[in-house]
Design a protein around this ligand. Structure first.
Ligand SMILES: [Zn+2]
Length: 319
């Protein structure tokens, strides 16, 4: 068992909550209020956030009340709320004793505050009050749901997943989408370069727009889409960079863009454009595009893993 799992387990125990080791989430009830506790950023496993499902017909927490709460509770960092949920953000604390104590007392105080303000426990989805709820993982979002909502969401998601699986891939649409996306990427390269810099952001724009373009017009992003998208990214990065040089040549030699574009190899040959300069520029652009593509593909895969997942937190049931 890892140290982190052990620490979370002890934190759950101190709160009287349950710990879902697979999802690394702690959940439980405090005076009937459903609470889900987890670290939002994986790099900061001890910076916890508590989501309390509660609704107040009397209105919401005042800014001053929140300020006072954060002042009174050393472990708390901020409070945020929307319709059926109050979120309490804790400060990062690696000292486990202090973390347990801080989270415990701040939660107790928060519940007192919520009760004073007329907040009642509720289902986070339909807002129904005084109803039995449980914590669920809905595509990576954690929610307190009543049995009706849980059943409905589960059904909706099964259907959505099936529909997605049945959706066929439109190859031509995908290629057109990717092409349009990569053109946006190339424009971005030229735009930033004309401002005098090679920007990391153009690599990301190139990758995101190309792959998203494929998905948007192709129906779904498959392995084929990644391959086609990658080829287009490589090609359009080259074209974008060469066009960028051509714009410079066009200005310098007062010629048209087409002639300028075509004359680039000759200008490199004649050492008017330094090959080192040209190569360096292009290499940097490729580096940024690769970085962009890797991060986009990584987030795609991560999202897809979460997508369509529905399960009760604290139980092994999931599909
Ligand atoms: Zn509900």
């Amino acid at each position: 068992m890892s140290k982190l799992t052990q620490n979370y387990e002890q934190l759950a125990m101190a709160l009287g909550f349950r710990f879902d080791a697979g999802r690394k989430i702690i959940c439980g009830k405090r005076e009937d209020y459903g609470i889900i506790l987890f670290a939002e950023k994986s790099g900061y496993p001890y910076e916890m956030t508590a989501c309390v499902s509660a609704h107040s017909p009397m209105g919401t927490l005042e800014r001053d009340e929140i300020k006072q709460f954060v002042r009174d509770n050393k472990a708390a960092r901020a409070i945020n709320y929307d319709k059926n949920q109050v979120k309490l953000y804790f400060k990062n604390n690696k000292n486990q004793d202090k973390l347990r104590e801080g989270v415990n007392s701040a939660l107790t105080n928060l519940i007192q505050l919520l009760k004073r303000k007329g907040y009642a426990p509720c289902c986070q989805f339909c807002g129904q009050k005084q109803i039995e709820t449980s914590a669920f993982d809905v595509s990576g979002e954690y929610m307190e749901l009543c049995p009706d909502c849980a059943g409905k969401l589960r059904q909706d998601m099964t259907m959505a997943t099936k529909q997605k699986q049945n959706k066929s891939e439109n190859l031509i649409g995908g290629i057109v989408g990717a092409l349009l996306g990569s053109v946006i990427g190339a424009v971005c390269i030229i735009f930033f370069s004309q401002l005098g810099r090679i920007a990391v952001i153009s690599g990301f724009v190139m990758a995101i727009c190309t792959l998203k373009g494929y998905e948007l017009l192709g129906g779904k992003l498959t392995r084929k889409g990644f391959v086609i998208g990658s080829i287009l990214m490589v090609a359009m990065t080259y074209v974008g960079d060469r066009l960028d040089w051509a714009i410079m040549v066009m200005r310098e030699f007062e010629t048209d863009l087409f002639t300028a574009y075509q004359s680039i190899p000759a200008l490199i040959e004649a050492d008017i454009i330094e090959i080192g300069n040209y190569g360096y520029n292009l290499a940097m652009l490729y580096l940024f595009t690769i970085a962009g593509a890797v991060s986009v593909i990584y987030s795609f895969v991560k999202d897809r893993k979460k997508e369509g997942k529905f399960g009760q937190i604290g139980s092994s049931e999931s599909f």
